[in-house]
Design a protein around this ligand. Structure first.
Ligand SMILES: *Cc1c(COP(=O)(O)O)cnc(C)c1O
Length: 460
């Protein structure tokens, strides 16, 4: 009985997998607000050339730089665990595996792309990266990555999280980053908001505006901006997860995978595990590939496929994606990383083509699943990750009812050791479920009704 399948460092993937090469129908292009395609020139003030190239690339395999591999090797390859204790508890004939991305220094999958992004910026002469962070997971991952490659890092953290969740801020500072509560007086965007409402709790949208403004107004042109999810190059960098998982399943003697699961906020950890399996599915394999989102933020399951802004304030291009409308403010559930109004264009296109099967689950079922997981497998997962755990449990129970020996794999995107407040509230009975009513979605979509519309499938 092998409980965890561990690869050697030399098994670390040497190339990332780009789903954009294999999509049966290509994605519609990102657009400017007046409907013109975005050109690479427009992105140059914000991102380094190498990442812009990856953003638009249709090459199937893209080499991972040797120095990036060396940093990833500090914690990769991550183990693939067989969830024997959970299987026994559920009395399921299914074999459940989970890929443990919680073992990175920042405790989640996010450093996989943070390291690559920081390294390319450094190589192109950038001195400093700015970014925004909500609960702090992305900010801490980027702070770690910047320390690794020798870049300054400035993180705009949503004010209310800065005050209420001090531990991620301390992690960022420990790695040498500057963590600024947003809105701040450092930027015009921040000063404008503060002038109107000095006691505002802040929002991710405002923090994005501040981080982007800092990058584009640097008189020395040596500051750029980094984004932790949604964009094509972020999905690409995360595919090390799925590529390792395939090798590990083969080592475990599995010839076929039936179900692949990841929680989905912007879509990156899901894409990282799932895209190499989506490639198999495009080539004829029968796999049920499930992105799991919260019922309170049901982008893929209830949102329409439209062009929408990636942020609240209109700093990003129009992206073709499933969306609840960029003005949507989700209920304050504890899975902060899943409260995003849109979904990565690559994940959205895979959903639109029927290559993946999105599911939405309520918060209470997720926390119940997280407690079951902690009490069987031992790991206290992030509230985001609990959505993947809940879905894996559902699928394992279904396998029991059907009497089928299925192989289920899910991504353990991060641990919850800095997010115990949600667990505390759940155990005290202070959390509740919330299903987003269609009427509210329609109200938010009013704001984008005049944006250009993506071409429907099958019109060419
Ligand atoms: C940020 C985060 C997520 C959600 O982001 P994706 O881009 O959808 O992966 C999920 N899990 C953890 C642990 C996170 O930190």
């Amino acid at each position: 009985m092998t409980t965890k399948i561990v690869l050697h460092e030399s098994d670390l993937p040497r190339q990332w997998y780009n789903l954009n090469a294999d999509l049966p129908v290509p994605m519609p292009p990102p657009l400017t607000p007046d409907g013109k395609p975005i050109t690479p020139e427009m992105l140059r003030p914000i991102f380094p050339n190498a990442l812009i190239e990856q953003e638009v690339s249709t090459k199937r395999w893209i080499d991972i730089p040797e120095e990036v591999i060396q940093i990833l090797a500090k914690w990769r390859p991550t183990p693939l665990h067989r969830a024997y204790s959970l299987e026994k508890y559920l009395k399921t004939p299914a074999r459940i595996y989970y890929k443990n991305e919680s073992l990175s220094p920042a405790g989640s999958h996010k450093p996989n792309t943070a390291v690559a992004q920081a390294w390319y910026n450094k190589r192109e002469g950038v001195k400093k990266l700015t970014t925004e962070t909500g609960a702090g997971q992305w900010g801490s991952a980027l702070a770690f990555a910047c320390a690794q490659v020798g870049l300054e890092c400035q993180v705009f953290m949503v004010r209310i999280s800065y005050d209420q969740k001090p531990y991620r801020k301390m992690m960022m500072q420990t790695w040498g980053a500057e963590c600024i509560p947003s809105p701040s007086d450092r930027t015009q965007a921040g000063r404008d908001v503060l002038a109107k409402d000095p006691n505002t709790p802040g929002s991710l949208g405002i923090a994005i505006s501040e981080a982007v403004e800092m990058a584009v107004t640097d008189p020395t042109h040596s500051t750029k901006y980094a984004l932790g999810s949604v964009l094509n190059h972020v999905m690409l960098h995360q595919t090390v997860i799925g590529l390792e998982t395939k090798k590990q399943l083969a080592l475990a003697g599995e010839k076929k995978v039936d179900v692949v699961i990841g929680c989905a906020g912007g879509g990156s950890n899901f894409a990282g595990l799932a895209f190499p399996f989506v490639a198999d599915k495009i080539n004829g394999a029968q796999i049920d590939i499930i992105p799991v989102e919260p019922a309170s933020c049901p982008t893929l399951t209830k949102g329409p496929y439209l062009y929408d802004l990636g942020d609240f304030s209109g700093m990003t291009p129009l992206l073709p994606m499933y969306t609840l409308g960029h003005t949507f403010v989700p209920a304050p559930i504890h899975a902060g990383g899943l409260r995003y109004h849109g979904m990565a264009p690559l994940v959205s296109q895979a959903a639109r083509l029927g290559l993946i099967r999105p599911v939405a689950i309520q918060q209470l079922e997720c926390f119940r699943a997280a407690l079951t997981f902690a009490r069987t497998e031992g790991i206290i997962v992030a509230p985001e990750t609990s959505h993947a755990v809940a879905s894996a449990i559902r699928e394992a129970e279904k396998a029991r009812e059907e009497g089928k020996e299925k192989v289920i794999v899910f991504n353990l995107s991060g641990h919850g050791l800095v997010d115990l407040k949600g667990y505390d509230m759940f155990m005290k009975g202070e959390l509740s479920d919330f299903e987003l009513p269609m009427a509210e979605i329609e109200k938010n979509l009013e704001a984008i009704k005049n944006f250009p519309k993506p071409e429907p499938l099958g019109t060419k």
